[in-house]
Design a protein around this ligand. Structure first.
Ligand code: DP6
Length: 328
């Protein structure tokens, strides 16, 4: 009745931005990401505890944070079809100070896989991805390693909306993602609220959906060919389009800070000098640089020269895995 899983975060190369169903977390469009190592989250789940207890990164979770975890475990209980008793959950991330990447994707992926295992359900990547999605959309892409595509699906019950691995972590081992922390502040508008406002108020939203859906197969082809320049250009254009959609929302939503723009400008100049480095940007000010192993040191130097207070160098990461050592 106890299981422990370690999962990595992922960075979207073609972003997910907007839900067609808020409760089930169903997206308007497909997305594509790369799972990132070495940063990870480890989660232990035990059913049959004395009372429900959720501990995240060293503190006892309360309110909506706790509810999201317990709701996911309720879905596990339904799948198990029996009374599993109260649950104890302990989760810890090794994310360096404000890694600039949310730990929720890795956290919910680890929780979904560990929850099913602790309930005695068989290992099932698709079922785990659907379960993780119900915790946080992007989490469905962290159940597996390498390059994963979240298929938007058509069904109202969401059973065809899950992530599939297109290429494993060994496909492109020279690829690097360098997280540049230019701003440690908490973001003012969470992804969940930001994307909701884009769906409801941005006149550009329908164009975003159409464009992002069309970019996914293009990104897949560029990854198959290991075309760094092509993928870099695609990532930048997709990030700009996601942010433009939100800049056009009412009220407008801008996640970029002056430091973000400074780094992006510098990156363009470096590219003209032959340094192969591109960026992507989630719902926050910290760019993630896309480059290769031969230029990761240059990418880190570039980020620091532009005021990055912390830099995390990542390589393609693997699947969520079961561990034999538990957190409690
Ligand atoms: C910009 O998956 O955190 O990082 O489904 O509401 O929990 P919820 O949102 P979340 O949003 C991620 C948004 C993004 C793009 C992406 O990862 O695809």
């Amino acid at each position: 009745m106890k299981a422990t899983v370690r999962a990595h975060p992922n960075i979207a190369l073609v972003k997910y931005w907007g839900k067609r169903d808020d409760a089930l977390i169903l997206p308007h469009q497909s997305s594509l990401s790369l799972t990132l190592s070495p940063i990870h989250v480890t989660t232990t789940v035990e059913f049959g505890a004395a009372a429900d207890h959720v501990e995240l990164h060293g503190h006892v979770a309360k309110g909506s944070e706790r509810d999201r975890v317990l709701r996911l475990l309720d879905a596990v209980r339904v799948q198990a079809g029996r009374d599993l008793g109260p649950a104890k959950v302990v989760s810890r991330g090794d994310f360096p100070m404000a890694a600039g990447l949310a730990s929720s994707a890795a956290g919910f992926a680890a929780l979904a896989v560990a929850g099913r295992q602790a309930a005695g359900l068989p290992a099932d990547t698709r079922a785990s991805s659907i379960l993780a999605r119900r915790g946080s959309g992007s989490a469905c892409r962290s159940v597996q390693g390498g390059f994963c595509e979240w298929l938007r699906g058509e069904r109202e019950d969401g059973e065809d909306s899950y992530a599939v691995q297109r290429f494993d972590a060994g496909h492109w081992p020279e690829l690097r993602m360098v997280v540049a922390i230019v701003d440690r502040g908490e973001k003012e508008v969470k992804s969940r609220d930001g994307m909701k406002s884009a769906v409801e108020t941005s006149p550009y939203y329908p164009a975003w959906v159409k464009d992002a859906e069309a970019e996914v197969p293009r990104a897949r082809d560029l990854i198959a060919k290991k075309d760094l320049e092509g993928l870099g250009e695609l990532c930048e254009r997709n990030a700009w389009r996601m942010h433009s959609t939100s800049l056009a929302a009412d009220p407008p939503l801008c996640y970029l800070s002056p430091a973000t723009l400074g780094l992006i400008q510098h990156l363009r100049e470096q590219r003209k000098k032959g340094v192969p480095v591109w960026f992507t940007l989630d719902a926050g000010p910290n760019p993630v640089l896309l480059t290769d192993a031969a230029h990761e040191v240059a990418a880190e130097a570039l980020a620091r020269a532009c005021g990055a207070v912390d830099v995390v160098r990542c390589v393609p990461g693997g699947d969520a895995v079961l561990l034999s050592e538990h957190l409690f």
